[in-house]
Design a protein around this ligand. Structure first.
Ligand code: FES
Length: 167
C-alpha cells in the first residue's frame, strides 16, 4: 500500500479545483473564441467571386456587373446575396467601382439621362466622375469605393471593397 495517501482535505481541494477549472474554462472558451473569431475569418480581399463577364468584352465605358455570393453566412443565417459593380477598362487596368453612394448609401448609375459620362445618384442628385471622385458641391462626402479585381481564365472575378485609389 502506498504511503502517499490523500487526505480528505486534499481530495476535496483537488475536486473543487477540477470542477472550478472546468467551469471557468467553459465560461472563458466561448468568450475567447468570440474575441479571436474575426482573425480566423478569411479576409474579403482573399475571396473572389466569379462573374459572368469576359474581360475581353469590357471597354472604357462602365457596365453594370451583377453577381451573387452563394450561402453567405451571417451568424447562423445563410443566404445568397447579390452585389453590383460598375466595371470598365482604363488601358490594361480593370476598374470596378462600388455603386453605393457615399452620401446615404443609395445606388448610383452610370450615364443616366441628363448625366452623360458620370455616375449619378438619384436620391439627392449626388454626382461622381468616371474614376469615382465625388463632384464638389454635391452631397456625397467621398469617392466611390473600389472592388478588388482578379482575372482568371478570361473571366472577371470581384473581391472585397477597398478605398478608392484612383482619386
Ligand atoms: S444618397 Fe446619394 S446623394 Fe444622397
Amino acid at each position: 500500500m502506498s504511503k502517499n495517501r490523500v487526505s480528505r482535505r486534499q481530495f476535496l481541494s483537488y475536486s473543487l479545483m477540477g470542477v472550478g477549472g472546468f467551469m471557468i474554462s467553459g465560461t472563458l472558451m466561448p468568450m475567447l473564441r468570440f474575441a479571436v473569431d474575426p482573425v480566423l475569418q478569411k479576409s474579403g480581399i482573399g475571396d473572389y467571386t466569379p462573374t459572368q463577364y469576359k474581360v475581353d468584352d469590357l471597354t472604357d465605358v462602365p457596365v453594370r456587373v451583377d453577381y451573387m455570393i452563394k450561402d453567405r453566412k451571417d451568424g447562423w443565417y445563410e443566404s445568397d446575396v447579390s452585389y453590383t459593380a460598375w466595371v470598365y477598362k482604363d488601358g490594361d487596368e480593370i476598374i470596378a467601382l462600388s455603386p453605393v453612394c457615399k452620401h446615404l448609401g443609395c445606388t448610383v448609375n452610370w450615364g443616366s439621362e441628363g448625366h452623360p459620362n458620370e455616375f449619378f445618384c438619384p436620391c439627392h442628385a449626388g454626382r461622381y466622375t468616371k474614376n469615382g471622385a465625388n463632384v464638389k458641391g454635391t452631397p456625397p462626402i467621398g469617392p466611390l469605393d473600389e472592388y478588388e479585381v482578379l482575372v482568371k481564365d478570361g473571366f472577371l472575378y470581384l473581391g472585397g471593397t477597398k478605398p478608392n485609389t484612383l482619386v
